[in-house]
Design a protein around this ligand. Structure first.
Ligand code: CO
Length: 191
């Protein structure tokens, strides 16, 4: 359990650091949550929303799932989105995919992954809608990269079509892709 003890030690060190920088840090955070952004990203451990955007706790409301899938029938995502829009009054919704996404790669095979197949089907549908374009890309890496972008684009389109967003037209929906190899975000849709 040494690895778990380390987490608690690091947590104490982090909290002490924050207090050292600003004595009221946690008191202020505990009082109010006013994030401007809802982040919809991949669960991939290499794409942590706060770290890659250099934002602090309190600045971003976050939802993550395998391959940052947007499905308007997903009660989890839709509850997060409703809370973010109606109660937190976020100004921006960001759908962020990433190159090298394992979920996208898995969905582009014919293999079965058990229970996950239901989830991956949503990505296969994005491929189905864009098969002509994707199949025309010869290089496999390029094909997967394009699928990452198309999946983000599809997510943005779905969010824009949601009643919740149509009735809150001031909210700006962004589609971004993060590159694991250099840590840089790219705008690819919306905004
Ligand atoms: Co991923």
């Amino acid at each position: 359990m040494e690895i778990i003890s380390k987490i608690f030690l690091e947590n104490k060190a982090w909290a002490a650091d924050k207090i050292h920088m600003d004595r009221e840090y946690f008191n202020k955070l505990a009082l109010i949550q006013e994030p401007d952004f809802l982040w919809i990203g991949c669960s991939d451990s290499r794409v942590p929303a706060n770290e890659i955007t250099n934002t602090e706790p309190g600045e971003m409301f976050v939802h993550r799932n395998i391959a940052n899938v947007v499905d308007l029938h997903d009660i989890n995502l839709m509850s997060v989105m409703q809370y973010a829009v109606e109660y937190l009054k976020v100004k921006h919704i960001i759908v962020c995919g990433h190159y090298g996404c394992g979920g996208i790669k898995a969905a582009m095979t014919k293999d079965s992954f058990g229970n996950m197949d239901v989830w991956l089907k949503k990505i296969k549908d994005v491929y189905g809608d864009n098969a002509l374009e994707v199949d025309a890309i010869v290089n496999e890496d390029d094909r997967l990269k394009r699928m990452v972008e198309l999946n983000v684009q599809a997510g943005v389109n779905k969010i824009l079509s949601a009643e919740l967003i149509k009735s809150n037209p001031s909210i700006i929906v962004h589609g971004w892709v993060y590159d694991l190899r250099d840590g840089i975000l790219h705008r690819i849709a919306g905004g």
